[in-house]
Design a protein around this ligand. Structure first.
Ligand code: PGA
Length: 249
């Protein structure tokens, strides 16, 4: 049985006071759920968030990390630094990292290897841009992103991987992939992993959908058989919306 997961990617939002406040209300309102619930505050607030959620079921995850163990990489954060403050999961490959910070599949493969070497869990993001969807190359793009960053892995590494399919045209735009479009791509991803590895790995990996998931569309998207949850941006900053999305799973 693969895990159901709802993860909130806070991006560059919420200072320390706002982080504390949102975590307090979220903890108080957290519904009963068998799904894993995660939040990803910014680096400077991770440590406080971990302490704040010590006795909570909500896991604190990082939005990014560097591939090197340590060294002259000004402004960067290593896996060891994350683990040392109690963060065991990292989001890698978010489209904003790819688009604004030049992260390529090749760089992401190195980050994936570094996170796995440190025994961290990874939420790996990928997805096509609008032009690629319009031109019909979205399946090819997604397959290439997965192949370049993940298909060199050993089969056993997949127990530490969560996938997040996030069509770039749906992120922060209010435009969501239809539940059918999400299901179609998630099924394609499982088929692609079956071909590269095997059906056990493909059936075991949780695949989240991300891109303008809101309380009013979460139910329908999560009802699709190959959608195992969501990576939530904007709506994870509003406690009641995030709670409603957790309820939907
Ligand atoms: P959004 O962001 O929910 O605001 O579209 C999703 C994401 O970037 O993970």
């Amino acid at each position: 049985m693969r895990s159901k997961i709802v993860a909130g990617n806070w991006k560059m939002n919420n200072n320390q006071d706002e982080t504390k406040k949102l975590l307090a209300t979220l903890s108080a309102k957290l519904p009963d759920t068998t799904a894993e619930v995660m939040v990803a505050p910014t680096f400077v607030n991770l440590s406080k968030a971990v302490n704040h959620l010590e006795s909570s079921l909500i896991e604190v995850v990082a939005q990014n990390m560097h591939f090197a163990e340590n060294g002259a990489y000004t402004g960067e954060i290593s896996a060891d630094m994350l683990l040392n403050i109690g963060v065991k999961t990292v989001i890698l490959g978010h489209s904003e990292r790819r688009a604004y910070f030049g992260e390529t599949d090749e760089l992401l493969a190195k980050k994936v290897d570094a996170a796995l070497a440190a025994n961290m869990r990874i939420i790996f993001c990928f997805g096509e841009e609008l032009e690629e969807r319009k031109s019909g190359s979205h399946f090819e793009v997604v397959k290439r992103q997965l192949t370049n960053a993940l298909f060199h892995l050993k089969p056993e590494a997949w127990s530490k991987i969560v996938l997040a399919y996030e069509p770039v045209w749906a992120i922060g735009t209010g435009e969501t992939a239809s539940p059918e479009q999400a299901q179609e791509m998630h099924a394609f991803i499982r088929k692609t992993i079956t071909e590269a590895f095997d059906a056990t790995i493909a059936d075991g990996v949780s695949i989240l959908y991300g891109g303008s998931v809101k309380p009013n569309n979460a139910n329908e998207i999560f009802s699709k058989p190959d959608v195992d949850g969501g990576l939530i941006g904007g709506a994870s900053l509003v406690c009641d919306d995030f709670v409603a999305i957790i309820k939907a799973i």
